[in-house]
Design a protein around this ligand. Structure first.
Ligand SMILES: Nc1nc2c(ncn2[C@@H]2O[C@H](COP(=O)(O)OP(=O)(O)OP(=O)(O)O)[C@@H](O)[C@H]2O)c(=O)[nH]1
Length: 449
């Protein structure tokens, strides 16, 4: 299949509340003659975006429960595969990521999966930037920096909320993070569709130049070594390291070929995805198919005794390279040298501090009480509460009240009437740091009539 026949894909990214859905709605409502299939990935305990995306003829596929760049990448590949069986129905695919996604691994999907690469081509990464909040986000979020660095096109959105000279400064700052992206200033993500949808190809060479390991698969461990180990006790010694606990796993190998190590790698990948067990200093470790979390000492060294069941070849996988925490194996005071070892690109990590709290509540709310609760709540906690979205059941109103906020900027109003087959209930989701579920739930309950 030539590049022309392949279906173009656009990845739409940008931090929480930057304006991705606004851009999506703009694209879906314009007459551009393109038939677009949309794949959406939402962060948050309750999916509200459904209510915020306009009804369009285009097909929208939702992916919830996980971030597109990690756990649901398999889902993305499956949905893309299904779409390709009906490829006569559309001309372009748009993948909207969550505000928390690192676009790198999503983009990587289009280069490393053979079937996908055969049928689809990444047209580009479009990053929407919230001009009003982006400086705060650049400081706090690695994902935002990645979203800007990977972009082919950047929309410097919400230009109406920022003075022109501040916009100039912002643009200069972003330019430093990505010298080649095309930057457009927008209000309500209002932009010519070809400017974002017809870029003619994601610039893989540019990305490879900046990140030579872009196409390298990521692993949940950084290092593996193979040793011939004698049956009985072997000492594993280590010292201070980069994390309070470091995961490790010992697996018997059938032989010392690359294929044998590859087999062990697959086992270790699965095991590192599950919760590990802890062993304390001085404890005995009998190798099984579980990861052991080694407690790292604040000073000095620790020893864990490995009980090797039979003479043979074993592979030890570790979350960090051995030199990072002084790891070595010893038998009767003599160091054992691995017969081979391999290094792996480590998986990216997320800002784990950002979580979501979803609340569903029956009973009608007083609009006045909601205003009295929500406004001050967002004003006082606006630094921590990054994003709020909700569908409210307001007393004596036939219509749903749909609202959303980015930090403390609120936006919303009455929406369509509640349907007869629909449960009248309030659904609200908060995304941010230090969220107190009980306090938020109590606050919402206090708005009941
Ligand atoms: N003032 C102003 N508000 C905007 C602009 N663009 C979008 N908004 C508002 O910003 C809020 C968030 O916009 P969305 O498009 O939902 O943002 P998003 O990136 O899809 O948000 P998540 O999916 O939660 O990450 C909405 O209330 C929009 O109406 C703009 O250019 N100016």
């Amino acid at each position: 299949m030539t590049s022309v026949d392949k279906v173009p894909v656009t990845i739409l990214t940008g931090f929480l509340g930057a304006g991705k859905t606004t851009l999506l709605n703009h694209i879906l409502s314009k007459q551009h003659g393109m038939r677009i299939a949309v794949i959406e990935n939402e962060f948050g305990e309750i999916g509200i975006d459904d209510a915020l995306v306009i009804n369009a003829d285009e097909e929208v596929f939702e992916m919830n429960n996980g971030c597109i760049c990690c756990t649901v990448r398999g889902d993305l590949i499956r949905i893309l595969g299904n779409l390709m069986r009906r490829r006569d129905k559309f001309d372009h695919i748009l993948v909207e990521t969550t505000g928390m996604a690192d676009p790198g691994p999503v983009a990587q999907t289009f280069f490393v999966d053979d079937e996908i690469r055969e049928m689809l081509r990444l047209d580009g990464i479009v990053t929407v930037v919230d001009a009003h909040h982006v400086l705060l986000h650049i400081e706090q979020s690695n994902e935002v920096r990645e979203q800007i660095a990977f972009a082919d096109v950047i929309l410097l959105n919400k230009a109406d909320l920022v003075e022109p000279d501040q916009l100039d400064e912002l643009e200069a700052r972003i330019r430093k993070m990505n010298a080649l992206a095309r930057i457009h200033r927008t209000i309500n993500a209002d932009i010519d569709i070809p400017t974002v949808m017809d870029l003619g190809g994601f610039d893989l060479d540019r990305v490879l130049e900046q990140r030579p390991d872009f196409l390298q698969k990521e692993y949940p461990f950084e290092w593996a070594g193979a040793w011939h180990l004698p049956a009985g006790a072997v000492e594993l010694r280590y010292g201070e390291g980069p994390d309070p606990f470091i995961g490790a796993m010992l697996i018997p190998l059938n032989g010392d070929s690359d294929a044998d190590l590859d087999k062990a790698i697959s086992i270790a990948e699965l095991a590192f995805g599950r919760e590990g067990k802890r062993v304390s200093a001085g404890a005995k470790w009998v190798p099984d198919r579980r990861v052991v979390n080694l407690k790292v000492p604040e000073t000095g060294e620790r020893t864990v005794t490995l009980l090797i069941p039979t003479d043979g070849l074993y592979a030890l996988f570790t979350e960090h390279g051995p030199e990072e925490f002084g790891l070595r194996l010893e038998k009767a005071g003599a160091q054992l040298v691995p017969c081979k070892h391999r290094e792996f690109a480590a998986a990216h990590s997320h800002d784990d501090e950002i979580t979501s709290v979803g609340i569903t509540l029956e009973g009608a709310l007083s609009e006045e009480k909601v205003n009295r609760w929500l406004g001050p709540l967002l004003a006082s906690k606006g630094q921590d509460i990054l994003r709020t979205k909700g569908i409210l059941n307001i007393a004596k109103d036939k219509r749903r009240f749909v609202f959303q906020a980015v930090h403390m900027l609120l936006d919303g109003g009455p929406d369509r009437p509640w349907q007869s087959n629909e449960k009248r209930q309030t659904e609200i989701v908060f995304i941010g740091r230090n969220l107190d579920r009980d306090e938020l739930t109590a606050g919402l309950k206090g708005c009941l009539v």
